[in-house]
Design a protein around this ligand. Structure first.
Ligand code: FES
Ligand code: FES
Length: 178
């Protein structure tokens, strides 16, 4: 099968029952993506597929022929970190770090959904005038569990990046209106 992983075409042979998670970890040596439960319950295996976050343990690699997969390694690397990776460092958003790659990738996907005005279960309305509150972040990140309970700092890290995005979009709207 042929996958586009972190911008590079990768061709691999694997049993058709191989999950995307196992394909990444065991066939492509991308071990940043973690296996917590292997049952879709912890979010440690979160990756972006064509920009949308999914649990890679719940999908077969063969279903993603030609898809663009982004793992935590594809977001940034030492010396050139993604703003979300940088923010997790700045806000001390982890303890053991096992859930962290999934948290970071999920947060990037979540802020993309936020930018597109997707409402959540706790959103007060559907008109897009939403505030990225702690409650919104917690709800939207509820598929990513942290056994160390680093949640307050995780939320701080995400809110910080989200606020920067809000400011940028407000500036763009002002420029467009001028
Ligand atoms: S390893 Fe996929 S959700 Fe837990
Ligand atoms: S930092 Fe340990 S599981 Fe989240």
């Amino acid at each position: 099968m042929r996958l586009i992983v972190n911008g590079t075409e990768r061709v691999l042979e694997a049993d058709v029952r191989t999950s995307l998670l196992d394909a990444l970890r065991d066939h492509l040596d991308l071990t940043g993506t973690k296996k917590g439960c292997d049952h879709g319950q912890c979010g440690a295996c979160t990756v972006l597929v064509n920009g949308r976050r999914i649990n890679s343990c719940l999908t077969l690699a063969v279903m993603h022929e030609g898809d663009e997969i982004t793992t935590v390694e594809g977001l940034g690397e030492p010396g050139n970190l993604h703003p979300m990776q940088q923010s997790f460092l700045a806000h001390d958003g982890f303890q053991c770090g096992y859930c962290t790659p999934g948290q970071i990738v999920s947060a990037v996907g979540m802020l993309g959904e936020w930018a597109e005005n997707w409402p959540s279960h706790v959103s007060e309305g559907l008109d897009g005038n939403l505030v990225l509150s702690n409650e919104e972040i917690s709800e939207r990140m509820s598929g990513n569990l942290c056994r160390c309970s680093a949640y307050p700092n995780i939320v701080d890290a995400i809110r910080s990046v989200g606020a920067e995005g809000e400011t940028r979009r407000a500036d763009e709207r002002r420029r467009d209106a001028a």
